[in-house]
Design a protein around this ligand. Sequence first.
Ligand code: CP
Length: 299
Amino acid sequence: FKHFVSADQVTPTDALTLIERAEAFKHGESRQFANPIYVSNLFFENSTRTHTSFEMAESKLGLSVISFDPTHSSVSKGETLSDTIKTLSAIGVNLAVIRHPQSDYYRPLLDASSTAILNAGDGAGQHPSQMMLDLMTIHEHFGHFTGLKVGIVGDLAHSRVARSDMTLLKQLGATVMFSGPRAWYTEDFAQAGPYVEIDDLMPQVDVLMLLRVQLERLDATTRAAFTATDYHQTYGVTLERAKQLQPQAIIMHPAPVNRDVELASELVESPQSRIFTQMHNGVFMRMAMLEAVIDANHF
Ligand code: CP
């Protein structure tokens, strides 16, 4: 992994190797590097989990974090992202962890400098570290992927998590199904799996993966027509609907959760929920991803 930017570059073998390594970190394994390694986290979109857990992973690996605040950087003077990365590279930053609202922002950066890019989310494109921590969490519960039924429910159209996760889940032998508003079940999802009404989906799934309604990305008309109560009753996991889940099934959500919209608030920390486990696993998976990129680049 010279860069780690998309699900498309991850094979099932890579995924299983990274899960094994992340589980080792979770059980106390550590790693020290021979040379000092410098990393910057460039978040051009808001984040709590991804930003903080990358920082925690970097700290646990003994990396030196060089702070970067987009609002106080020369991006505000019109400097391009490409020139920003070249600048950080010239200063000596080895790794750049980047979240950006533009899908595929990373493509011009991959050959622009010697700085390795880890994609922390690009528009509605990819979210590979969320994908990897989701796979780790599923593997931790079931021990395998083959034959698992995964229902991905909610704001598919805007979801980089759904696009990343469905790719590897299918390659690893899981069946992927989708639900939520039909208008958000776009062609890329139709090619990956069927649309199933929420009440037909609930009793079938091993993994119920909910997605946040990304109100900030809805067009003005859709947003004006949106009501939390209607969405919850029509597409959400209500307390009543949750009773249809099989006992072994788990509830996942990349978070932040719109409580009582996609998921009843009481279910966020219910025994079947793995939402906070996902966040915890994210630290160890991000350690594994950073290590893989550092090793591939021989920093
Ligand atoms: N799941 C996720 O990407 O959360 P943040 O936006 O808080 O990083």
